[in-house]
Design a protein around this ligand. Structure first.
Ligand SMILES: [Zn+2]
Length: 249
């Protein structure tokens, strides 16, 4: 049962018929891991906190630099040099002091135990972390909500290969290659701030549906491609690779 404070705080959500109090209780009982406290991690952490996901843990080893501020909207000019993970937790607590927020100022790697989480948000900007999160999420049967953005383009997908063997995983669709990949990180290729804001918001929208909405059809197994120049949003059906080294075993 929600208390009076929760009913007031989340009033605009619980009023939605297929969400209601039961949906809010589910959010409050959900443990989220957010990897990355940058352009995607900022909106993901702010919106998951505001929505009332009950336990949120944020990993990022970096400090705030002035070149981050065009898109990493939780980080302010007077926080340059501070830890991104710690600062993002402070900002989220200002929105919602009634949930548990933990910062981890360290690199996320394959040795980190993710068993106790329910939802994993990939807000990283490098392939190594994305493959690691995919492997761990599949192995531990977790839902992985992955975003990426470069220049005016963004990608979103929900990976549930560990939940049901019929779904593809990240590595089915993006197999590891030993050739040098073209530049796709924002440091070298550039990034428009609102594109990260949109993709991060969409990650949380999908998370709320996965956890709390009744009679909801999952968008897992699709890749969403957003083009900020044309405003096109493509929804592409993905195919499982039955020889995939991660999810075919
Ligand atoms: Zn796979």
């Amino acid at each position: 049962m929600l208390n009076d404070k929760d009913l007031s705080r989340y009033a605009r959500q619980v009023i939605i018929p297929n969400f209601d109090e039961e949906g809010q209780e589910k959010l409050l009982n959900t443990k989220c891991l957010i990897v990355g406290a940058g352009g995607l991690g900022c909106p993901v952490a702010l919106y998951t906190s505001a929505a009332g996901f009950g336990h949120i843990e944020i990993y990022d080893q970096d400090i705030i630099e002035v070149s981050n501020l065009n898109r990493q909207i939780a980080h302010k000019n007077n926080c340059l040099g501070n830890s991104k993970a710690e600062n993002l937790v402070l900002e989220c607590k200002k929105i919602n002091p009634n949930i548990t927020l933990i910062s981890r100022k360290k690199i996320f790697d394959e040795n980190i135990d993710i068993k106790h989480f329910d939802l994993i948000f990939d807000c990283s900007d490098n392939p190594k972390t994305k493959y690691t999160l995919n492997y761990l999420s599949h192995k531990n049967k977790k839902i992985l909500i992955s975003g990426s953005a470069v220049q005016f383009e963004g990608q979103l997908s929900i990976w549930k290969s560990g939940v049901s063997k019929h779904y593809p995983c990240y590595e089915c669709v993006f197999p590891k290659t030993y050739e040098k990949a073209p530049t796709t990180n924002c440091r070298e290729a550039g990034i428009i701030g609102p594109v990260t804001g949109l993709i991060g918001s969409m990650q949380v929208n999908e998370a709320i549906k996965e956890v709390a909405i009744k009679n909801y059809s999952s968008t897992a197994g699709y890749l969403f491609l957003y083009d900020g120049l044309t405003q096109n949003l493509d929804k592409i059906k993905l195919v499982k690779n039955y020889q995939c080294p991660v999810c075919s075993k």
